[in-house]
Ligand binder design. Structure first.
Ligand SMILES: Cc1ncc(COP(=O)(O)O)c(C=O)c1O
Length: 434
């Protein structure tokens, strides 16, 4: 047995006795190094990465521009706490994000560390600005694992199981999913009923929506839904929060997914691909709402780390200079074409409901092509088969039935095709092999 193999086995048992059981890992891979869309494990095996650290790597692993910016920053300083000593990269990044904000009028940005923290802060701003406390979220939503964001998250298993006390004042309406026969009309009827039965609109601080649901199954919010939400929020003085943590930064072919619907949110939460692999998040919002919070009410020791800011500034350059908005459409078209072909193969596992925007694409593994009943166990088995072939791909969705593609937009064409070959093999091999 190779020394590396022993190391990876050893790490497994050390991990089991040292790391909290609640932190799960989707694959048994022990990573050793990575570049763009490829990862090598400690045994030297190469994988093509269609997970991108859960949508963090639109610009790929260790983009040279990002690494150069980070190196330069760490040669100067790594931390002061922005609340103690300010630094220019934070301000420059806030200026750039404000200029990119998908709404008109003056914008302000606060920088934080994790996605959940960004959502927490967005809700706080909405509550302070409106003087109200209720928040409306969707079924299938994922906004994080902290107390408040877990409560906003619309999926019990595994995020809320046995966590008995959620945050107060969170209300939920169904997210429209055409193939489950839930249309925008039903969602809006549920909202009306909520306003009638449970909470007056005048007591609602915010409505929060993922323009493309991530964990919930890559369901795209129909433009009519977002438009109706905008109208409702404007009518009742409710803050509209777009959670772009997974869908932002070129993934869907626009800087922010909500731009596809032509709807202007009031607050936008950002994280993941913002900083190309470094922990950084933020809230970009209308100045009047963001600035309703008194000095000292926002921030955190590590919020807007100078290293993260340097990385994010480089990521924004890369998105612009490498044309990643256009690239997302090209990558997305290649993925869609391949999936459409696989869907027609006679010997393949039945797949259905290919959906998404740009390169943010998901599809369901189903029991058969007629009833299209979701099959989470089979989707998991397909992901495992893909991994055997050398492809890292994640599942998501209510029943775990959705395979989702979050490949770096910078992936080389040949590598993308190789990855899609592996996916195709997994979908055909597993049919005979399972
Ligand atoms: C849409 C969305 N919001 C919030 C979060 C939470 O982000 P984090 O895991 O960084 O707390 C995620 C993470 O997957 C997400 O996809």
């Amino acid at each position: 047995m190779s020394a590396e193999k022993i190391m990876s086995l050893d790490l497994g048992s050390r991990r089991a006795s040292a790391v909290a059981r609640g932190v799960s890992t989707a694959t048994p891979i022990v990573a050793a190094r990575a570049a763009n869309a490829e990862v090598w494990d400690v045994d030297g095996r190469r994988y093509i990465d269609f997970a991108g650290g859960i949508g963090v790597l639109a610009t790929g692993h260790r983009h040279p521009r990002v690494l150069a910016a980070v190196r330069e920053q760490i040669d100067h300083f790594t931390h002061t706490a922005f609340q103690v000593m300010a630094y220019e990269p934070y301000v420059r990044l806030a200026e750039r994000l404000n200029a990119l904000a998908p709404f008109s009028g003056p914008a302000r940005t606060v920088l934080l560390t994790t996605g959940a923290e960004a959502v927490e802060n967005a809700v706080k701003m909405a509550r302070v600005a409106t003087g109200r406390s209720a928040v409306i979220a969707f079924t299938g939503a994922f906004h994080g694992r902290t107390q408040l964001t877990m409560s906003l998250t619309g999926k019990v298993n595994p995020y809320k199981r046995a966590s008995t006390s959620g945050a107060n004042e969170v209300f939920r309406i169904p997210f429209p999913v055409a193939h489950r026969n839930i249309g925008v009309r039903q969602t809006l009827a549920a909202l009306e009923s909520l306003f009638y039965a449970d909470i007056e609109p005048s007591e609602v601080a915010a409505m929060i929506v993922e323009p493309v649901q991530g964990e919930g199954g890559f369901h795209v919010a129909p433009p009519q839904l977002l438009q109706a939400m905008r109208a409702t929020c404007t009518k009742h003085g409710i803050v509209l929060i777009a959670d772009e943590i997974q869908s932002g930064f070129a993934r869907t072919g626009r800087m922010f997914a909500i731009e596809h619907a032509g709807v202007e949110p009031d607050l936008v939460t950002v994280a993941k691909s913002l900083a190309g692999g470094f922990p950084l998040s933020g809230v970009i919002g209308r100045a009047s709402i963001v600035d309703s919070v008194e000095p000292g009410g926002l921030g955190g020791t590590y919020g807007g780390s100078p290293v993260g800011c340097a990385a994010a500034l480089a990521v924004l350059d890369v998105i612009e200079e490498e044309g990643l908005l256009e690239r997302a459409e090209i990558v997305g078209a290649a993925i869609r074409a391949r999936l459409a072909r696989i869907a027609r193969l006679e010997n393949a596992i039945p797949i259905a409901n290919i959906r998404g925007l740009g390169a943010m694409i998901g599809f369901d593994v189903v029991k058969n092509g007629v009833t299209r009943e979701p099959d989470g166990a089979l989707a998991k088995a397909v992901a495992a088969k893909a991994l055997e072939r050398g492809l890292v791909i994640l599942t998501c969705g209510t029943y775990g039935e959705t395979l989702r593609i979050l490949v770096p937009l910078t992936i080389q064409d040949g590598l993308l095709e190789q990855g899609l070959d592996m996916l195709e093999q997994a979908l055909t091999l597993s049919h005979t092999g399972l």
